[in-house]
Design a protein around this ligand. Structure first.
Ligand code: SF4
Length: 324
């Protein structure tokens, strides 16, 4: 049994039930990249059955991304805290990293296109590696040309290539428009012509609607650097869940793409990334159990990233352990 204590100097320490520091505390773990997921909005033009991007929030508070000055303040404070050169970061006792990537997610982040482009530009300028994850519905060539030069990764979610499955999942807008993989190929080509170093990642959530699909051909044609296969899990809804066997069968069916595939439970993601919701609070799931709903920090803009992490009961030691 161990606890996390905050020391007088503000650093975090793990100790046993006698209050003695645990031996593991002194063992630093190194990772290449710290990833921060900022879910800039909750609004989306799709309605995926398994969607877990729903946050409790006071309606009177506007999304930070809609406020340019607050966006700039948030980005600068995050960088000051997570800058690999900031040796005062309390996480440094247990974890070191060389780079920090800010991933802009949603909702659908491109529904606030102008604000997103401004934030992406500023984040890259400040020093973050930058990525976005989008449902691909708003990736026109003008948007791609504006975003691509500042991105390290373009992430697109794609669960099915046929209209019936996409409809069953809820991956279409109010006018029944769906992501066309061929149109996505064109958008990716535009992005790559603006930034030859840009890496493409496709995210696929395996759910009860698509677990029998074969996406080998469509993924091969998109030629992503990474194809992340995730699993619908009960974060804020139990809809779309699949059995272990169905999930394994989906991964096995696509074994010809093994070099590109990364299999990740959503639970892994929730435990391994720092996550910020649209109002600027860190959030995480409840301990290791998949209870419904999230646990929130105080607003980062009010108290700063360090105090916000602390108010969320964030454990540096536990966080470092997730990378072990
Ligand atoms: S595209 Fe993403 S944010 Fe939109 S409904 Fe689907 S899972 Fe949710």
């Amino acid at each position: 049994m161990s606890d996390i204590l905050k020391r007088a100097d503000g650093r975090f320490e793990s100790c046993n039930e006698h209050g003695e520091p645990n031996v593991e505390t002194s063992l630093k773990h190194s990772i290449d990249q710290m990833v921060i997921n900022w879910h800039v909005n909750e609004t989306c033009n799709y309605r995926c059955v398994y969607c877990y991007t729903k946050w409790e929030r006071p309606p009177s508070v506007r999304d930070v991304i809609r406020q340019p000055e607050n966006t700039a303040n948030l980005l600068r404070s995050l960088w000051a805290f997570f800058d690999p050169a900031n040796l005062k970061n309390p996480l440094k006792d247990t974890l070191t990293w060389r780079r920090v990537r800010l991933n802009f997610a949603g909702g659908e982040p491109l529904l606030c296109r102008a604000d997103l482009i401004r934030a992406v530009e500023l984040a890259a300028q400040i020093g973050f590696d930058v990525s976005i994850i989008t449902n691909g519905s708003r990736l026109d060539s003008e948007t791609m040309s504006a975003l691509a030069p500042h991105l390290d990764w373009l992430g697109v979610s794609l669960d099915a290539a046929d209209m019936r499955t996409n409809k069953a999942i809820g991956r279409e807008d109010r006018r029944s428009r769906q992501l066309d993989p061929e149109a996505l190929r064109d958008s990716v080509a535009t992005a790559r012509s603006n930034n030859p170093d840009l890496k493409l990642k496709i995210n696929t959530v395996v759910s009860s609607q698509n677990h029998e699909a074969d996406l080998t051909r469509v993924i091969a044609r998109l030629s992503p650097h990474k194809w992340k296969i995730l699993r619908a899990l009960p974060m804020t809804t139990t809809a779309g869940m699949v059995t272990d066997e169905q999930f394994r069968a989906f991964v096995h069916r696509h074994r010809s793409l093994t070099d590109t595939i990364r299999v990740e439970d959503n639970a892994d993601m929730l435990k391994s990334y720092l996550m910020i919701e649209p109002k600027g609070r860190f959030f995480q799931n409840h301990n290791d159990t998949l209870k419904e709903g999230y646990r929130y920090s105080r607003p980062i803009l009010d108290v700063g990233p360090g105090a916000a992490l602390e108010s969320a009961g964030f454990s540096a030691f536990g966080f470092a352990n997730r990378y072990r």
